[in-house]
Design a protein around this ligand. Structure first.
Ligand code: HEC
Ligand code: HEC
Length: 477
């Protein structure tokens, strides 16, 4: 984000008015007007602690926006902008509204995220050709050779995932700051293990002069912020991703990134519709996504399946799958604040608003059903570690199929897929090109090689039991 992120901003959305998210009659529009009625319904940026009623009103708008098919009257299309995260003009103005490769490539978020319900995954046909976030590709080409093809992952439980990542980022940053203080005090280098929630991100060495040697960090960015979103693990928050996705897929531009403050115009994409999405619209989308219930373990009544799944669960640990696919990660707070603490310029963050909206995920029925550890932390059953790993070696390399590295992350490195919900989200893999769980497990190379080999060499009944277990991890919207 270089020069762009270096800008200092105070985004003037600190509206003092109380939260008001109930429907307003759009008197200037007839009911059959071909615009998305939910756009602009969230009138002001929600702030402070939201009651369950306020939250419900906000998420209802968010759901409508997630499932809306945006029209050109809403501002869909971006003839004057590419899919890049940083507002970027194409070399040639687009002549067509849609392009399957460079985008805009869809009408609604739920056109892709729909299996088994809005917010879910997508099958191969919903794949995205991503070059947004890359520094070494053309943004406006329609040639698939200039992008990486990704499968649609589901967003159920995404609020819990973002909260886990925030706590991990806080821990890692705290470890670095403490090491720096110690190095200064002791006047010698201090090397610390970067461990949070049991996940090991390597080491760093703090120098007495204030420099930090990051040569030994593993699976996380050098700013020690855990970025839990995308297959690659390179996006920070639902808010950031939503703004990216709105521009990339629909040409719907959020003012907090594409508006006058950054670009000098309210119509950066040049489609004659100014100020297409307000910060409040984005907040509604975030609220809906952040409060989607997490997937659950649901074993069919068939006693054979129950027996096999129980065996499969223990095999996950025996084979070493759980080194990366951790059955659960402990979460200390269920309070979700938006905008969040770690977003950079172009996505609102907590320091740019008077008081971020704050809502309690603990207020949902599903939260009460989540197990807790002896310290009261919620055990989030993600079957992941929010860490990136190398997935290829000399003989197993099918997951090394991308052409471009993304944001300094090598091509064969991906974030551990969270396996919760995997029983509902065939096909599999970052390109959605494995039709069975057996195939994607056998495609694990690199850091996962020994665990994959355990599976490969196991008795047929044990391999089958592992699949039986994975298929109990379901999305039940
Ligand atoms: C054309 C299909 C498509 C559309 C439309 C689409 N998405 Fe996605 N979505 C994807 C794909 C593919 C990924 C994985 C991206 C990657 O790994 O780079 C993804 C990932 C995400 C993620 C990250 C989830 C995770 O756990 O990593 C979020 C959040 C998300 N999408 C939200 C949205 C929102 C909000 C919209 C509408 C503005 C939207 N998506 C529209 C295909 C789509
Ligand atoms: C070193 C870490 C690591 C280990 C060990 C590991 N995995 Fe994975 N797993 C990953 C990563 C990373 C991905 C994402 C790969 C991709 O799509 O590029 C993944 C993807 C998957 C997927 C696909 C999920 C989806 O939604 O597409 C399944 C299923 C899976 N792993 C099961 C297993 C099983 C079973 C084992 C043990 C035999 C195992 N994994 C061991 C890191 C690991």
């Amino acid at each position: 984000m270089s020069g762009y992120s270096a800008l200092t901003v105070i985004v003037a959305v600190c509206l003092a008015t109380p939260i008001q998210v109930q429907a307003q009659t759009q008197t200037h529009k007839v009911p059959w007007h071909e615009t998305t009625a939910a756009l602009g319904l969230a009138k002001t940026l929600p702030e402070g602690t939201l009651s369950q009623t306020q939250l419900n009103a906000l998420t209802a708008i968010g759901e409508s926006l997630f499932t809306a098919k945006f029209t050109t009257k809403d501002g869909a299309g971006r003839p004057g902008a590419t899919q890049a995260i940083i507002p970027t003009a194409p070399r040639n103005r687009a002549t067509q509204n849609f392009a399957r490769t460079s985008g805009p490539d869809a009408n609604a978020c739920s056109s892709c995220h729909n299996d088994p319900a809005p917010g879910g995954a997508g099958d191969f046909v919903a794949n995205v050709f991503a070059s947004e976030g890359f520094s070494n590709t053309d943004f406006d080409t329609t040639d698939p050779q200039f992008s990486n093809e990704r499968g649609t992952n589901h967003i159920f439980g995404a609020g819990l995932v973002e909260l886990l990542a925030r706590e991990m980022s806080h821990d890692l940053n705290h470890l670095r700051d403490t090491a720096l203080k110690d190095a200064r005090g002791q006047k010698k280098p201090v090397r610390v293990a970067l461990k949070t929630k049991g996940v090991d991100f390597g080491h760093l060495t703090a120098m007495p002069d204030g420099l930090v040697d990051l040569g030994e960090i593993d699976g996380v960015d050098s700013d020690l912020i855990v970025r839990p979103f995308t297959q690659k693990g390179v996006m920070t928050s639902l808010r950031q991703f939503t703004i990216n996705a709105m521009n990339q897929h629909h040409g719907m531009q959020a003012s907090e990134r594409f508006g006058r403050r950054w670009t000098g115009t309210d119509d950066f994409d040049g489609d004659d519709i100014p100020a297409e999405m307000s910060p409040a619209d984005i907040s509604a989308l975030v609220a809906w996504q952040a409060t989607l219930p997490p997937p659950v373990t649901q074993t069919p009544d068939d006693p054979r399946w129950q027996k096999a799944a129980a065996r499969g669960q223990t095999l996950m640990a025996e084979f070493g799958c759980t080194i990366c696919h951790r059955p659960s990660l402990p979460l200390h707070t269920l309070s979700f604040s938006d905008p969040g603490p770690f977003d950079a310029a172009g996505t609102l963050n907590a320091s740019q608003v008077k008081a971020p909206a704050d809502y309690d995920l603990g207020g949902f029925d599903w939260a009460a059903r989540l197990p807790r550890d002896e310290n009261g932390a919620v055990l989030v059953p993600v079957f992941g570690d929010l860490k990136r790993h190398k997935m290829t070696d000399r003989s197993i390399e099918s997951l090394g199929n991308e052409l471009f590295s993304q944001r300094f992350v090598d091509r064969n490195i991906f974030m551990t897929a969270e396996l919760w919900g995997v029983g509902s989200t065939a096909p599999y893999g970052h390109r959605n090109d494995f039709t069975t769980l057996d195939e994607i497990i056998l495609a694990h190379g690199g850091d996962a090689r020994s665990s994959r080999d355990h599976y490969d060499k196991a008795a047929a009944a044990d391999r089958s039991a592992l699949i039986a277990f994975l298929r109990t991890l379901r999305i039940t919207p």
